[in-house]
Write a protein that binds this ligand. Structure first.
Ligand SMILES: [Mg+2]
Length: 219
């Protein structure tokens, strides 16, 4: 089946989440412990990034782990602080917009399917200007389900007027993005900018940079 549409996850796929998450944790650490040694501050940020698990856990959990392991409290309001400041700090991978624009020029439809709360995810997507270039955007908070439920993948294909088999889905998280795309009948592409990940399934295409999509989809 010919691929007609390329769908993307947002965080850690189009958005350089590592960058904006580091900035957001660093901002909070600066506010709560301004006079601490810079090495201690960086250690707290690095531990927070590990507990954060690429955004797969609630911020309440990150806060509790840091209190328990580091004796540092990010504050009771941290779960609300997070979406506001993530939006302020959000930044795309450098090749994201040029790759999307070239895929569109080659005739592909493009879309986003992101898990998260409506307010925070749409604000980040809009701030990066992606609302103006995408043919469809689905945020799980707008619906009654989330990735990896194949229903939300099919819902996004429907918005584009294509069949799931005509879609490729690019995402960083295996359990939500790659598995969900597979369940929906889409072509899964696993992106990870930090080298190869071990995967024994031959159907899974792995890439490290978005620009590699231009070698896979020539129009
Ligand atoms: Mg992601």
């Amino acid at each position: 089946m010919t691929i007609k549409a390329i769908l993307f996850d947002f965080d850690d796929t189009l958005g350089n989440r590592e960058e904006y998450s580091h900035r957001t944790y660093a901002q909070r650490v600066e506010e709560i412990m301004p006079d601490a040694d810079p090495w201690l501050k960086e250690t707290v940020i690095q531990m927070a990034l590990i507990y954060d698990q690429h955004g797969d856990v609630p911020k309440k959990y990150v806060r509790e782990r840091l209190i328990k392991m580091q004796g540092v409290d990010l504050g009771e309001d941290f779960p609300d602080y997070w979406p506001e400041h993530q939006c302020e700090n959000v930044v795309l991978y450098e090749d994201a917009m040029p790759t999307i624009e070239e895929l569109k020029r080659r005739g592909y439809l493009v879309g986003i399917l992101s898990n998260g709360d409506s307010y925070g995810q749409h604000r980040k997507i809009d701030k990066c200007g992606l609302d103006k270039v995408m043919d469809a955007i689905t945020v799980s908070g707008d619906t009654d389900t989330h990735k990896p439920d194949p229903k939300i993948f099919i819902m996004t294909a429907d918005k584009l007027g294509v069949k799931p088999e005509e879609c490729a889905f690019v995402g960083d998280m295996f359990s939500r993005d790659v598995y969900g795309a597979h369940l929906a009948g889409m072509m899964p592409i696993w992106i990870w900018p930090h080298g190869d990940r071990d995967c024994r399934l031959p159907e899974v295409t792995q890439i490290h940079r978005l620009a590699e999509l231009l070698d896979l989809f020539k129009g």
